[in-house]
Design a protein around this ligand. Structure first.
Ligand code: ATP
Length: 342
């Protein structure tokens, strides 16, 4: 459909009963990008997607495709494809009919519609199931029909709202790869909503992390993973150890412990701070004497909770076979210990 270079959300805001569900979202999406909107339940992800789709009017701001203003257009005039959690396939229509429906609605000539439908079915590997009804398919197969139905009309943008949340763990992984493959091979531009950080990190070119309707960080998976912008993002993205304390003379102080870390943001000398480190970055060589309190078997690794002699509780992961009561010495590498203002 309509090609474009950039899609721009400019200060997009949506209020419900006076409260901001989404406040001032500004984002430029380049053609071919895969963007994930990530955040905890209620942070405004679906609101953002629905504003983009045209299912919710904006309370403020605007949306542009190159120089065309989009937010004043009804959903069907925006040329977007959508895939939602409950894929809402037509139960009385075959897979083939479900997929070709959008093409006939758009008046695509029959021969072309047939060709494009066959191609879409092939892309999502449903050749053997083309004549079945949705009720005769597994959850993953139904999800693939929903994706084929969305992409067959060659939308300028594909919007996906937690499309994998109804699937079991194994299928989720398979479909994740499938979605990324389709995105690449069809040259799609995709906006994908999820609360699953692993899914977002593995799929997206850039993540938009939201909290309470506000953007916390926009960055590549690597940027968000290694350098979260604030302690809320750190918490959400797997920095399980969040230690309250104080920042003073380039050191973080807490519970009789004084360690060097990497300051993120503006820290006041002597002011309250939070130090954050991932369990997998806590080392078993270091200065802090500690005792293992809990050890969970997790296949290759042990996830342990340890308490330092000063009373600091830390989560760590290791391939050493730790057991409760073991004495260990742990380290918090300065480049992995991020210090945020509190
Ligand atoms: P989830 O992952 O649980 O779907 P979300 O991040 O998609 O959450 P939204 O559905 O965008 O969050 O909701 C953002 C905020 O707006 C929430 O506080 C929610 O209660 C509120 N909200 C959403 N839709 C409405 C509505 N139709 N009327 C009133 N409040 C709403």
């Amino acid at each position: 459909m309509t090609g474009f270079d950039r899609l721009r959300l400019d200060g997009v805001t949506r209020r419900f009963a006076g409260a901001d569900a989404l406040a001032d979202l500004t984002l430029e999406i380049r053609r071919g990008e895969f963007i994930a909107l990530l955040g905890p339940s209620g942070c405004g992800k679906s609101t953002a997607l629905n504003c983009l789709a045209g299912l919710l009017p904006l309370s403020g701001g605007s949306i542009w495709r190159d120089d065309t203003r989009l937010d004043t257009l009804p959903p069907e005039k925006r040329g977007f494809g959508m895939v939602f959690q409950n894929y809402a396939l037509f139960p009385h229509m075959s897979v083939q009919k479900n997929i070709s429906f959008g093409l006939s609605m758009r008046g695509v000539p029959r021969a072309e519609a047939r060709r494009r439908t066959t191609e879409a079915i092939r892309l999502v590997h449903l050749e053997e199931h083309a004549r079945k009804l949705p009720g005769q398919l597994s959850g993953g197969q139904q999800q693939r029909v929903a994706i084929a139905r969305a992409v067959v009309v060659e939308p300028s943008l594909v919007l996906m709202d937690e499309p994998l949340s109804n699937l079991d763990a194994k299928l989720r992984l398979e479909m994740r790869t499938e979605i990324r493959r389709l995105h690449q091979s069809l040259g799609l531009t995709t906006v994908y909503v999820t609360h699953d950080q692993e899914e977002a990190l593995s799929l997206a070119d850039r993540l938009v992390v939201l909290r309470d309707g506000r953007v916390q960080q926009i960055g590549t998976p690597e940027e968000v993973h290694t350098r979260p912008a604030n302690r809320h993002v750190a918490d959400f993205i797997g920095f399980r150890n969040l230690l309250p304390g104080r920042f003073s003379s380039a050191y973080f102080h807490t519970e009789g412990v004084r360690v060097k870390g990497t300051p993120v943001g503006t820290l006041e000398d002597g002011g309250p701070a939070v130090a954050a480190i991932r369990p997998e970055d806590v080392t078993l060589t270091g200065e802090l004497d500690a005792t293992v309190e809990v050890a969970e078997y997790q296949g290759r690794e042990i996830a342990a909770e340890v308490r330092t002699d000063d009373g600091l509780v830390l989560h760590l992961r290791t391939d050493r076979r730790l057991a409760p009561g073991d004495k260990v010495r742990i380290g918090l590498p300065a480049d992995r210990l991020l210090i945020f203002p509190s």
